[in-house]
Write a protein that binds this ligand. Structure first.
Ligand code: FMN
Length: 182
């Protein structure tokens, strides 16, 4: 796929089926994440791959977080089912450190760039993805289960798999509404 086409036409696909990316394709996706712009070469990324039993563990973590919130039965069930919307979920964590020249926000942005690059690498190889956070990304119980502490954040749950429906057509936006010149 042409690189510019990928950049201009990328769309998310919410319905993802097996197979998940594996082998070289998955390695390429992770390597793409590891090429995110990185102020100070701090490599502030960690990718927790959930597949098979890992998805079941993630499902339990989300359901327990919903229960801890006092959610009703339907909400707990929704939380439990959420990870199974794809055959693979990659939790992307910004693992930050205090640095005198690199603010924490730069490290969070870098982890966001990594997530985007991974979604792109998936699409480039015939897979698809959907980036979600949702309230659970910020829930203390989910953070604890994924060993996310302090200023670190789960910047996304990147759902990956084979598209089970057509991607939407990317809207062509009017650049003049977003651009100004100083
Ligand atoms: C940081 C971040 C978090 C997101 N979290 C969610 C989410 O929890 N649920 C959701 O439906 N979309 C979420 N999205 C948006 C989707 O990933 C997607 O971009 C959106 O549905 C628009 O589709 P498109 O990517 O095809 O333009 C999030 C996007 C970003 C950048």
């Amino acid at each position: 796929m042409d690189a510019l086409d990928l950049l201009l036409k990328r769309c998310s696909v919410p319905r993802l089926a097996a197979p998940a990316p594996s082998g070289e394709a998955l390695e390429n996706i992770i390597q793409a994440g590891l090429r995110a712009p990185d102020h100070g070469a701090l490599t502030p990324w960690q990718f927790v791959i959930c597949e098979g039993d890992g998805l079941t563990r993630l499902s339990t973590i989300l359901a327990e977080a919903a229960q801890a919130n006092g959610a009703d039965e339907t909400a707990v069930k929704n939380a439990k089912n959420a990870p199974f919307r794809a055959p693979m979920v990659v939790a992307v964590i910004a693992r930050t450190r205090v640095h005198d020249k690199v603010p924490t926000i730069d490290q969070h942005i870098s982890a966001g760039c990594a997530t985007h690059a991974m979604q792109m690498a998936a699409v480039a190889q015939g897979y698809q993805g959907f980036w979600r956070t949702g309230a659970f990304a910020y829930h203390p119980a989910v953070r604890e289960a994924l060993a996310v502490e302090g200023d670190d954040h789960i910047v996304g749950f990147l759902y990956l798999g084979t598209p089970d429906c057509a991607a939407a057509n990317a809207p062509k936006r009017d650049t003049s509404q977003f651009v100004s010149y100083l």
